[in-house]
Design a protein around this ligand. Structure first.
Ligand code: C2O
Ligand code: CU
Length: 453
């Protein structure tokens, strides 16, 4: 963890960022299933934070050191002592060695800061990077690789005229926290509005939404269909032809784009009607072509009857007298309260997210992968008053491109979203939380315990 100065665009002066290993995004780890990896994560950050800390937030009180860090590999099935528990932060001059067994399917994971109460600031400052796991199933599919497999880390930032990062504050000096941050500049792989030279052939893109709060709705400017082949935790059963795909903070999409027949043209990767980046297409070099496989990796559907427990979990926002957001809660329970979610090791549970708020919240569980069962509209006010769910719409199955193994799910506004999870891995303390980082830092995170079965 280190402070750096980098140009976010050719025409801008350098900006101060915080990084892993001297770049943001940090270096990409590439490993294989079953090949364990030990990583030292020394904290070499300066003594003072350059973004405004809200000392009224839990875990960021004025008696805590300003600069703290702890690394979590998002989507990793890791033992609790290597998972980057938010309270396990350490200060400059200290380090931790974490072990990642990588006993899991090929997938695009990512690593980022998780320090209690300032996580949103550290990630915004640049502390994130990619972590790829590969395996034999993926190898056998003859997917585009090397120069034809491109990671896309997508996020937004507010940049000042002088090129420096800006992080907004509320205007109340005692509570500078804001409920959401949206940038004025779209970033891909550390650059504002970049372009990429591509050949007129098939490419594989590994996209991650690393934004604090913005959802990206990706499409191509020429309207061409592309093929989603994977989501958070790996490959889908078969490619899904789509015109657009949605990514909430923390989610990943693995997709193939065919640029053939587009020599000399420019294609823009769009977020709705806004430009993210440009592809400049030239003729394909002769060489081994790759084709779209018809089958990928089977994803056996988990049976609801296997669940030993169903947990109804309300997502609730507290407002002040002026109708301004004050905090977000999971099941009306702040972080410091005793653990309420305590699944047994290797048991299957259904978690039901009852979203009473106006926002969609991407809910992430550490250590495990899960499947989305369904979503359904309900009456939030009736639920808030009576604690009972009254449905107002039909059961909606997950979209085909999210019908694989997930670790982050969009719990839509005024909907009940159900997931089914097997708690495989280790006994110990983990967390689950909303991945809108402003929500996470203001009580939308809870510890959970996996207990001996
Ligand atoms: Cu992306 Cu708790 O993590
Ligand atoms: Cu949220």
């Amino acid at each position: 963890m280190r402070e750096i100065e980098v140009r976010l665009h050719r025409d801008l002066p350098p900006a101060r960022l915080w990084s892993y290993g001297g770049s943001s995004p940090g270096p990409t780890f590439e490993t294989r299933t079953g090949q364990g990896l030990m990583i030292d994560w020394p904290n070499e950050l300066p003594a003072h934070h350059f973004l405004t800390i809200d000392h009224s937030l839990h875990g960021a009180e004025a008696d805590k050191p300003e600069v703290r860090g702890v690394v979590h590999v998002h989507g990793a099935k890791a033992p609790p002592e290597s998972d980057g528990y938010p309270e396990d932060w350490y200060v400059p001059g200290k380090s931790r060695t974490y072990f990642y067994p990588n006993q899991q399917d090929a997938a695009l994971l990512w690593y980022h800061d998780h320090a209690m109460g300032i996580n949103r600031l550290n990630i915004y400052a640049g502390m994130f990077g990619l972590f790829l796991i590969r395996d034999g199933v993926e190898d056998s599919l003859n997917l585009p690789k090397g120069a034809y497999e491109i990671p896309l880390v997508i996020y937004d930032r507010l940049l000042r005229q002088d090129g420096e990062l800006d992080y907004p504050v509320s205007g109340d000096p005692a509570h500078p926290w804001v409920p959401e941050v949206f940038g004025n500049v779209m970033m891909v792989n550390g650059k504002a509005f970049p372009y990429l030279n591509v050949e007129s052939r098939l490419y594989r893109f590994r996209a991650l939404n690393a934004a604090n709060g913005r959802f990206f709705h990706l499409s191509l400017s020429n309207g061409r269909k592309f093929y989603q082949i994977g989501c958070d935790q790996g490959l889908l059963p078969a490619p899904v032809a789509i015109e657009s795909t949605m990514l909430a903070p923390g989610e990943r999409a693995d997709f193939l784009v065919d640029f053939s027949g587009l020599e000399g043209q420019q294609v823009v990767l769009m977020n709705d009607s806004f430009m993210l980046m440009q592809f400049r297409v030239s003729a394909a070099k002769p060489g081994a072509a790759s084709a779209l496989p018809s089958r990928l990796r089977p994803v056996p559907k988990m049976a609801e009857q296997a669940a030993v427990k169903t947990r109804p979990l309300g997502l609730i926002e507290n407002m002040n007298m002026r109708g301004e957001s004050m905090q977000m809660l999971l099941n009306r329970t702040p972080w410091h309260m005793p653990v309420t979610e305590n699944p047994a090791l290797d048991s299957v549970e259904i978690w039901t997210f009852i979203n009473t708020t106006e926002d969609s919240h991407p809910i992430h569980l550490h250590m495990v992968r899960f499947q989305i069962l369904d979503r359904r509209n309900f009456e939030p006010y009736y639920y808030l008053a009576r604690g009972e769910i009254r449905y107002t719409g039909p059961v909606v199955p997950p979209d085909p491109e999210e019908a694989g193994w997930k670790d982050t799910v969009r719990a839509h506004s005024k909907m009940v979203t159900r997931i089914i999870v097997k708690f495989e891995g280790w006994v110990g303390r983990y967390v689950w939380h909303c991945h809108v980082l402003e929500h996470e830092d203001n009580e939308m995170m809870r510890p959970y315990d996996v207990v001996a079965g």
